[in-house]
Structure formats: structure tokens, C-alpha cells
Write a protein that binds this ligand. Structure first.
Ligand code: ZN
Ligand code: ZN
Length: 338
């Protein structure tokens, strides 16, 4: 590997600027400062994510992009040259949550890389040392970012809810929404031993992939069947309300999908007269990396289907628009492509 020593004071790079109003431009900017306890990472792949639509519409204060894989470029550092994915929640490693392993909900710091500080739609970004997750050499570059949201978030949701609805007691399980996280949830459910998985998804191509992964199609909005476990991965309010309605007594509705708009729960009979778990899970504990890497190895062919586009920075504005239009499932930005 050749490394170029970077004169940090003057060095520039290319980065995507999200202006809002669906406008992205690629600009030459200064490489962000690397503080004590951080290293510079050269981005190899950053996966596009639906949660960035918010920034695409409204604009971003910092460089967006939060599903990042790259190489540490910090000569003299013990991690120099290592292939790593970037764990986005900053965490202190000392508070009660961190000591329990729940680094994604640190009680002391709450910044997210790609949201509250520079992210990965750029050539470089600074990363705190404790957010570097080494990636084994048998995991190819374009699949590595899936270890974060697609596998990490979905496998954590499945592990978390398995404590209240174990696979052997679950019966049929419903997944609403078959975007990258919903498809990840289907594979994680399968891997955990849930063997009767149903999926509702309006997009025909996504539904076809979900059924190829072993899930049975379930009509969107159908209330004729009830489930002990529902994983809501679309973020749609209608799907959440449907989940409240069709979850069986003692069952669990897991809110994995996100939605920036306020959600009102109508406290009628359906909601009030039932014991059920309504669970929110967020991202994943840093210690899950090894289990998630094993999951990626077991279902490599399936995960590979999700990465259906790759482009350089100059193509990001068009690529992002195609992604937002639903044409692509989990495309990746590869800044090294010029
Ligand atoms: Zn994401
Ligand atoms: Zn902490």
C-alpha cells in the first residue's frame, strides 16, 4: 500500500455538500481537523441510507454519510493501514450504559458521525479511535458498510426482541417494509431460528428479494391475520398503527424504522385493551461486531444482492436521486472512483 503523508494544514479533499431542496454539489474543501484521540480515515465505500433523505431535503450542517468503510491513514498510529468500518455513535466507554456494552446509547456523549460531525460522503473524515471497527480481509470492500445499519441495526433488533418473543414461541412473524433494514431483519430472523416469516412491501422488486430470502408475501394493510411478533421497518405511521392493531396479546411490536414526522397514537380500544410490548431499538452495541461479521459470512450471497450500485463522488448527486426514487436498494459511494 502506498501512503501519502498529508500536510494537514493545507490539504484539501472532495466532499459532498447537501444544500437542501434535493441539491447536492461536490466541493473542494479542507480536510477536517483530527483531534487528540482521533485518526484520519480515507473513505473506501459509504453506503447511501434512506435516513439521509432528511438532509437531502433540508440541508446538512456537516458532511453527510454514516455507513462508512475505509482505511486508517495515520502514519505512526497502531491502526495505520487497517480496514475499518466506522461506528457512528460517539461513546465515552465509562458511563453505566457503555460499561454494560450499550455504547450506542452512551449517557455522556450523543454525537453521531455523519450527523453532528463530518461523515463519509467525502474522501476523508476524522474518526475517534474507539469508533474504529476492524474488518477481516475476507469481507469485500463493497459489503463492509452493511456491517453497520443493514446488519448491525437489524440483527440487534432481532436479538433484543428474542428475549420477550423467543423463536420457538413466535409462530408466524411479520416484517413491514423490505428496504435494506427490513431485508436485513428477514435474514437475521432466519438466522435466529424464526422459520415462518411474512413480509409486506409495496415495491415489487423489494418484495421479490424478500421472498427470495424465504419470506412469504403478506398484503400491505391487511388486518385479517394477527402476529405475536411484528418488526416495523418502513417507518410509516400507517404500518405502525397496523402493527398496534394486529399484534397478538403478549406479543411485541418492534419499531425499527424511523420517521421524522410526529406520530400520534389513537388511544382507542385496540391500543388500550391489550398487554403487548412496543419496543424501539436503535443501532447496535459495539460488541455485536463479531456476531454480525459471522452473519455477513453466512449470508454473503444474499447481502450482495442489496448492493446494486456503485459510483464516484461526481456521480453522487445523480446516484442519490436515483436512490431516493427507489430505483436502487443499497448503492455505495466509492470516492476513489474518479
Ligand atoms: Zn443508515
Ligand atoms: Zn458512555
Amino acid at each position: 500500500m502506498t501512503t501519502v503523508a498529508i500536510d494537514r494544514a493545507n490539504a484539501t479533499m472532495e466532499a459532498a455538500v447537501f444544500h437542501g431542496g434535493e441539491r447536492i454539489t461536490i466541493e473542494r474543501v479542507r480536510i477536517p481537523d483530527v483531534s487528540a484521540g482521533e485518526v484520519l480515515v480515507r473513505v473506501s465505500r459509504t453506503a447511501l441510507c434512506g435516513s439521509d433523505f432528511k438532509l437531502w431535503h433540508k440541508g446538512a450542517e456537516f458532511t453527510a454519510g454514516h455507513e462508512i468503510f475505509g482505511l486508517v491513514e495515520q502514519p505512526g498510529h497502531s491502526m495505520h493501514g487497517r480496514r475499518c468500518v466506522v461506528y457512528i455513535p460517539l461513546h465515552c466507554d465509562r458511563c453505566a450504559a457503555c460499561r454494560r456494552g450499550d455504547t450506542q446509547m452512551c449517557l455522556e456523549v450523543s454525537s453521531l458521525i455523519g450527523w453532528n460531525r463530518p461523515g463519509g460522503y467525502a474522501d476523508y473524515l476524522p474518526v475517534p479511535e474507539n469508533c474504529l471497527l476492524p474488518v477481516p480481509d475476507d469481507i469485500e470492500d463493497s459489503l463492509a458498510p452493511l456491517l453497520l445499519d443493514t446488519i448491525g441495526t437489524s440483527a440487534h433488533a432481532v436479538r433484543f426482541v428474542s428475549r420477550v418473543v423467543p423463536p420457538k414461541d413466535a409462530g408466524p412473524v411479520l416484517v413491514t417494509g423490505a428496504g435494506p433494514v427490513g431485508l436485513g431483519v428477514i435474514l437475521a430472523l432466519k438466522d435466529a431460528g424464526f422459520d415462518d416469516i411474512h413480509v409486506s412491501e409495496p415495491n415489487a422488486r423489494r418484495l421479490a428479494i424478500a421472498t427470495a430470502f424465504g419470506a412469504k408475501p403478506h398484503p400491505v394493510g391487511d388486518t385479517s391475520r394477527r402476529f405475536a411478533l411484528i418488526l416495523e421497518c418502513s417507518g410509516s405511521h400507517a404500518a405502525r398503527n397496523l402493527g398496534i392493531e394486529v399484534v397478538l396479546p403478549r406479543g411485541a411490536l418492534v419499531l425499527v424504522g424511523e420517521n421524522a414526522a410526529p406520530w400520534t397514537i389513537e388511544e382507542g380500544k385496540v391500543f388500550r385493551r391489550k398487554d403487548f410490548y412496543m419496543i424501539r431499538t436503535f443501532y447496535f452495541p459495539i460488541g455485536d461486531l463479531e456476531a454480525n461479521t459471522a452473519l455477513l459470512r453466512r449470508y454473503k450471497d444474499e447481502y450482495r444482492v442489496l448492493v446494486d450500485g456503485e459510483f464516484g463522488l461526481q456521480e453522487l448527486p445523480q446516484g442519490f436521486a436515483r436512490f431516493a426514487a427507489g430505483e436502487l436498494i443499497k448503492p455505495v459511494l466509492a470516492p476513489e472512483r474518479r
